[in-house]
Design a protein around this ligand. Sequence first.
Ligand code: HEM
Ligand code: HEM
Length: 205
Amino acid sequence: MTTETITLTDGGAVIHPRWVRVCHWINALAILVMIGSGWQIYNASPLFDFVFPRQIALGNWLAGALLWHFAAMWVLVINGIVYVTLGIVTGRFRRKLFPIRPIEVIADLKAALTFKLAHDDLSRYNAVQKLLYTGVILAGIVIVLSGLSIWKPIQFQELTALFGGYDAARYVHFFAMVAIVAFLVVHVVLALIVPKSLRAMIIGR
Ligand code: HEM
Ligand code: HEM
């Protein structure tokens, strides 16, 4: 597919094809609902010594939160399958996210932390972006699989067993959420620091 290099009549090249942008924003919305409702579910029976503030948890109480969680789940999973399938068959993942070389990750991380990382070519990801985007896609797969394990531990018992049982799957689910939230904080801050990257993810260029 050459959609990403199509030149538009006004001269700007498409950085992110429409399907990436549509999937990205549907995913962003679904993930926010999953996080908010997940925190409310957590509060009903906390795994640790703290609860999430009510103001930032979604669904008011356990049953409400579960309804949100299981509704947005379908959006998240269907959209995720579309994105990952297209990412593979169009070659986008191979082109944009690979290879990830540790030595480049270290060099780009150093450059990023000293504000020396160039952003002039938005159509190419630096090694840190490649690592983070690949990582969050994997975290997404883990959170869906662990979610299925704690949602239907009888029907998906092989899957639940793979995680080491129901209780372990619950911890895996929780820490995958922590990883996604940590990614999101960095990701959103960087998008605001480099606003033209945000523009490209909205209008394509
Ligand atoms: C197919 C996708 C998913 C399914 C089927 C699913 C299912 C579930 C279920 C059944 C619970 C209740 C666990 C319990 O009773 O303790 C739960 C809790 C939770 N979920 Fe999900 N989930 C999914 C995706 C996500 C995503 C994408 C996030 C956030 C990014 C998330 C965050 C949470 C959190 C924070 C909790 C509370 C953790 C706990 O105390 O166990 N979930 N999920
Ligand atoms: C809600 C606020 C969000 C904002 C403002 C945002 C913004 C952006 C921007 C500006 C880009 C392009 C950046 C670049 O050129 O590197 C991007 C790409 C990306 N974002 Fe987000 N994002 C958000 C949420 C999320 C969430 C929740 C996830 C996943 C859990 C996510 C995963 C990704 C991935 C994987 C890419 C690369 C996509 C590709 O090239 O195929 N984003 N995001």
